[in-house]
Ligand binder design. Sequence first.
Ligand code: GDP
Ligand code: MN
Length: 386
Amino acid sequence: MKIHEYQSRQLLAAAGVPVPPAEVVETAAGAVEAHRRIGGRVVVKAQVFAGGRGKAGFVRLCADPRETEAAATFMLSNRMISPQTGPAGVAVRKLLVAAAVDVAAEYYVGMVIDRTRLCPVMMVSREGGVEIEEVAARRPEAIVKEWLHPHLGLQLYQVRRLAAAMGLDAPDRFKDCAATLTGLADVFLRHEASLAEINPLVVTADGRVLALDAKLNLDDNAVFRHPEIQALYDDSEENPAERRARAAGLSYIALDGNIGCVVNGAGLAMATMDLIKLHGGEPANFLDVGGSVTPEGAVEAFRIILADPKVRGVLVNIFGGIAKCDLIAEALISAAREVGFNVPVVVRLEGTNVQRARRLLEEARVPGLLTATDLTDAARKVCAAV
Ligand code: GDP
Ligand code: MN
């Protein structure tokens, strides 16, 4: 689960990380008022989950309220497109107006779970800012790491090593740097994050250490333990179909192709998508209706998939293990009656009660429904039909 920069910086500030004063606004007029209250120069920043805002023009340094008004108007009326958003971009609903600072140097500080070592790792670099992805790809040695003991957390000797790696170990810088690193580790561990980043952490022209950006992703599997984090959830950027699928307990991911997939089991869903591609098609979605799929769940899956205007055909691939094939066949028939199949639907059923399922489908004579003998046959048929 992602939360916004303004929410992340509040959590970091509460943990002792120094951040510049800032306000969150939703209108250009609000941004102007915030600028007047903060005074001096400000930075106006779009609050969206995708990064790459700086390069996309959605982080702007504004010297006076007129510039702030123009920047805010631009951001609230244009979609932000960056390498992290996809071609359609994302709408901006909230802006952070923060006191601007004169930056002398930019650093990167981040934390993730190291899946190989099975513990959190803190990473720092002297080469922070908007090019950190390039640094990571080209010069990985410029990123210095310390692995945290899962119970002991970040130790002071590690803080010293990381501060030294950034050149922030002199007495005047160390205190703020240490507060930043320990605060970040504290927030990461306490809220069970999967990623936490301050990029850039800066030293200002007048020698202060400040976190100018904050990014926090929380582990979806742990969010239930943190009602205070759940309360921060904002689903406005989520794909509407994905939101609807989640409410129905389906795991669905929208894709760019035109063949809808209804499959039970994540592995089978992946294999189905592979086979569609092998036979020249493009899947419109990943969908795992779950091992114990119910008729209601299956009908809702059809509603979601057939509501996608890109979909030109559907492949239903169900292995009846816990779910019974005849029950799926009944769900298909009621989905056809209720939703209506406006595109060809190819069905491959195998497993428990498959004979009865095939009989039910034959007798129902659902228009648009084609049966397949096996998975390859199903993939060929749906690709040909599309
Ligand atoms: P991102 O591009 O989405 O990661 O957005 P950031 O919040 O990191 O902002 C992008 C860049 O804007 C930073 O790397 C800084 O170089 C710059 N920036 C942000 N705030 C300030 C500020 O207060 N003063 C100055 N001079 N630059 C800033
Ligand atoms: Mn950044």
